[in-house]
Unconditional design. Structure first.
Lengths: 369, 564
């Protein structure tokens, strides 16, 4: 028996051990936890399950274990944990919300019930948005529309809601209404590719083929619109042992003024021979945003030094971002000669990049002066 | 018009006995409270020869080892019944081992014999899929195997044997080929070939899964690979991919060729994994333009590029337009795109009730087929994961490693108007046992007029399911549409009877890596007589044929009907 298997069996045995109250605590354990070789993830699960064993009547410890499971895509186990939390504290809307989110990939009907219960207890825009999505999946279009229209009343410029309303109208054959919703979505979020895709279909159905083709082209570009803003979800992302977790924790610390702790999280993610080019790019972006141009430049030079294979793993628009960020960082460090080739390369990769063009113009303008 | 009888009594007796007994053990006891029998009982063990024994080795997280599993149903020897080709790939960790495909000939009693050796069709390549068509118009069916590495083309000699003819035919793609399809895109009367490619594979790329341990990579970790289009000029093929405009790099998996834009020309639809799908609309001048975004079949209804795998086509809602069904990764619902006027499509997966059912599964092979002969098209989907998940209890037999990738297949009944409900899985039937499903082909294997299913699993041998869904008294019609001596792939057959019409395509290549019986199948319910059959041939001509009695196989030959 190898050490990992022994560890799992011990974990299972411990999970089923009697509590001080004499009641067995059944802690859901993912079947492929044994194959999880990442030490940080194993420790996180061990710590969280230990906490549950110590305090089986604490909703919070169940939720923390649920977060670890959910962010690592153990959705079924996560839902079991959140369900336990809702039984312990049935009037806490957050626990119903997390339960609903975890169930979205498993059972739309149960997800809708949990999200509706959450909204009975407290208004929370993401809960209403995902309730709308669940109802839509269930084919309950009128109810979905009702939920989304309540969100529009609060925030008329929410692009995700406008897009979904547009798709609902398109599905019902209300083309002008669909057009209005989708045009509003792309007006407030010009890089929202899914809205462009929907608008292209609407315009084609209306016979406006030229405009339709234009939006179809825009739809092919990677969407630059962030997911529906969801502060509660940050708590889930922070439990990730993957690079996303480091970034989420760093963002949390920065938001709360704990700059050093945030920087420490960012440094940890690129330690130990990190060879994922996307992680280096994300790290560099975070450093650039914080004005740490030297660190950003070093990170991007590391990325480009990973070799052809690593660079090939970056899609063209991210390779463009890499050169743009490196050029901009070097320019801010006063190294115009080194910056220019990267900005030129960014423009070669995307001749329509206004950011690269602007950086290059500034750089050349400074040189002329 | 000619007709052919149904299968012999001996065959029917074998198939009936197999269905009664089931392949996995005796049927559950009948009586009050007993579970109803499966409408699609598995008969693999009764009619197919055993495959090579031994457990499939644990995976090595090499992406090439989890994508294969094509299967083909075709009458290779012209004896009137369907035979089976099982596309094989080498075990994990042994990618250079030969993995000969198997050809299984159906005998008069309905059992199958392994004739691989005598037929010469045992291509040893790293098999993925199969395309079948009569490329030289001599009346027998030739076979193209898409492989990881060099593809292979086998010309049917017409005597039960095949000759390997890859190089002399101008074929021989050596990338990672996936689904392939024969089509006559240039309307010159012979069959051209389209081959999708998956990625430019790099064995040194290794990936982690959501639990941060080794897992199969997603295609996004590699460069996409452009598809190939070969024009057939008198039996010699020329690669015209670039000139035709279809050579865009992509992660192509499923392929389907039919007129989707409504202009009468055969178009090419490609399901791309984690990218926008392609709809190559035939411009009629030898070139194609991708109009997938414009026509609503590039993305999900939410506007997301999903991990599309297999493709099925059929008139799901009975409006005489051909709808599309695409299988996707778990957490991404399969997509039902309803056709509208003008070659536009809407994602109606939510309203159809399929999205809520299939979201937890990773779908591959799929078929829209009237399995219960009630005149509307039902859905069969085979599933199997590409990353670990919670195992289904019945998957334990696959071992610790592969059980985490297995899922049950899905059968969804069309309740009318393209509203689907999941059929409960019954013991011993389709969907009852979890597996790592990939290929799915449909055809009337036992000659009783309904469509049976052949499933290709990862690692395992092909499985066969006999259709027993149609109730007594539900009628049917099978239409073979020929242009010259070959099946008129891409033709549309519209049946009228009692004031209503049903439209079905003549199509072999669809689903995932698979080739089905191309005959147009009509479930007719209580309809006992057909008024007329209208055919839109791939070259755009239309003809009307007289109807007649039902429950038979008929052959319509281009040029023998009344101009439509």
């Amino acid at each position: 028996m190898n050490a990992a298997r022994a560890g799992i069996l011990l974990g299972v045995a411990a999970a089923l051990a009697l509590t001080g109250c004499g009641q067995p605590v059944r802690i859901p354990l993912p079947v492929d936890l044994e194959q999880a070789t990442d030490g940080r993830l194993r420790r996180a699960v061990d710590d969280a399950t230990s906490a549950v064993r110590r305090e089986p009547d604490s909703a919070l410890v169940w939720v923390r274990l649920g977060h670890i499971y959910l962010v690592h895509e153990w959705d079924v186990e996560a839902a079991e944990c959140y369900r336990r939390a809702t039984r312990i504290e049935p009037d806490e809307p957050k626990w119903h919300y997390y339960l609903g989110r975890s169930l979205l990939s498993i059972d739309d009907r149960q997800a809708a019930e949990a999200l509706a219960r959450s909204l009975e207890l407290a208004e929370y825009a993401p809960a209403r948005f995902y309730l709308g999505e669940a109802l839509l999946s269930l084919g309950r279009f009128d109810e979905a529309r009702g939920q989304l229209e309540r969100l529009v009343a609060i925030d008329p410029d929410q692009p995700h809601v406008r897009r979904t309303l547009g798709e609902l109208a398109l599905g019902a054959g209300r083309l002008e209404e669909a057009r209005a919703e989708l045009e509003r979505a792309v007006a407030v979020a010009p890089d929202f590719s899914p809205a462009h895709a929907g608008l292209a279909r609407v315009l084609l159905a209306l016979g406006e083929t030229g405009s339709a083709a234009r939006h179809a082209e825009l739809a092919r570009r990677p969407s630059q619109v962030a997911p529906f803003a969801d502060p509660l979800w940050q708590a889930v992302e922070m439990m990730s042992a993957a690079p996303e977790g480091f970034f989420a924790r760093a963002a949390f610390f920065f938001e709360n003024g704990q700059v050093e702790r945030g920087m420490a999280e960012l440094e940890r993610v690129v330690a130990d021979g990190q060879d994922d080019p996307e992680v280096w790019l994300y790290y560099a972006g975070a450093m650039f945003e914080r004005g740490e141009f030297a660190r950003a430049a070093r990170a991007l030079e590391t990325l480009l030094g990973l070799g052809d294979r690593a660079a090939r793993r970056l899609p063209p628009h991210k390779l463009e971002s890499c050169h743009l960020l490196l050029g901009a960082s070097l320019a801010r460090l006063g190294n115009a000669a080194a910056a220019e080739p990267h900005l030129v390369r960014a423009l070669e990769l995307n001749p329509e990049s206004t950011a690269a063009r602007r950086e290059l113009d500034v750089l050349r303008g400074q040189r002329e002066r | 018009m000619s007709s052919a009888g149904t299968k012999t009594w001996a065959s029917a007796a074998i198939w009936g006995a197999a269905a009664l007994l089931g392949c996995a053990g005796p049927a559950p006891p009948a009586g009050p409270g007993a579970a109803p029998p499966s409408p699609l009982p598995e008969i693999t063990g009764r009619v197919l020869p055993p495959a090579a024994p031994g457990p499939w080795p644990d995976g090595t997280f090499d992406l090439r080892e989890i994508m294969g599993g094509g299967v083909g149903l075709f009458d290779y020897d012209g004896d009137g019944d369907l035979d089976l080709v099982d596309v094989r790939h080498p075990p994990p960790g042994r990618s250079r081992d030969p993995a000969p495909n198997r050809l299984l000939r159906q005998e008069p009693d309905g059992t199958f014999s392994d004739v691989t050796a005598t037929s010469g069709l045992g291509d040893p390549g790293f098999g993925q899929g199969v395309a079948i068509g009569d490329t030289d118009g001599d009346g027998d069916l030739d076979v193209y195997f898409s492989n990881v590495g060099p593809d292979a083309f086998y010309s049917n000699n017409g005597d039960g044997t095949f000759s390997e003819a890859t190089a002399r035919s101008g074929l021989g793609d050596d990338g990672w080929s996936t689904s392939a399809a024969f089509l006559d895109y240039d309307r010159d009367g012979d069959l051209d070939l389209f081959v999708a490619h998956y990625v430019e594979y790099d064995p040194e790329v290794r990936c982690e899964g959501s639990n941060l341990s080794p897992e199969y990579c997603s295609p996004g970790e590699y460069r996409g690979a452009p598809a190939s289009l070969y024009r057939n000029d008198g039996g010699v093929f020329t690669d015209v991919s670039v000139a035709a405009g279809v050579a865009a790099p992509a992660n192509g998996l499923g392929v389907l060729c039919a007129d989707l834009s409504g202009d009468g020309l055969v178009d090419i639809y490609v399901a791309n994994d984690q990218q926008a799908n392609h709809l190559w609309v035939n411009r009629g001048d030898g070139t194609f333009a991708d109009e997938a975004v414009l026509r609503g079949v590039a993305f999900s209804g939410e506007g997301a590029a999903e991990a599309s795998m297999g493709i099925a086509i059929g008139d799901a809602d009975g409006d005489d337009r051909q709808d599309l069904f695409i299988t996707d990764l778990r957490n991404e619902s399969n997509r039902l795109y309803r056709a509208r006027d003008g070659g536009l499509f809407d994602d109606v997966s939510d309203a159809a009730g399929t999205a809520a059912v299939d979201r937890p599964f990773t779908g591959f092979g799929c078929a829209l087929a009237d399995l219960d002969h009630d005149t509307d098209l039902d859905l069969a989907v085979v599933n199997g994961r590409v990353s670990r998940g919670r195992p289904f209890p019945d998957a334990a037999a696959l071992g610790d490693f592969w059980s985490l990738y297995a899922e049950p297949s899905l059968l969804l009944w069309n309740e009318g108007g393209a509203r689907f409900s999941r059929a409960p899985a019954a013991a011993g039937g389709f969907g009852a046992v979890s597996a790592i499903g990939r290929g799915l082909a449909v055809g009337d294997v036992d000659g009783d007029g309904d469509l049976d299913l052949a499933v290709g699993d990862l690692g395992g041998p092909v499985r066969l399911f006999r259709n027993e869904a149609p109730p007594d008294g539900a009628h049917w019609l099978l239409v073979r549409a020929l242009t010259g001596k070959r099946d008129a792939l891409g033709a549309l057959v519209t049946l009228t009877a009692g004031g209503r019409s049903l439209s079905r395509l003549v199509l072999a290549a669809s689903s995932y890596l698979s080739s089905s019986d191309p005959r147009a199948h009509f479930g007719l319910g209580p309809i006992e007589r057909v008024d007329a059959l209208d055919v839109t041939w791939p070259d755009g001509r239309r003809e009307r044929f007289a109807g007649g009695p039902v429950d038979r196989v008929i052959t319509l030959r281009q040029g023998t009907g009344a101009p439509g």
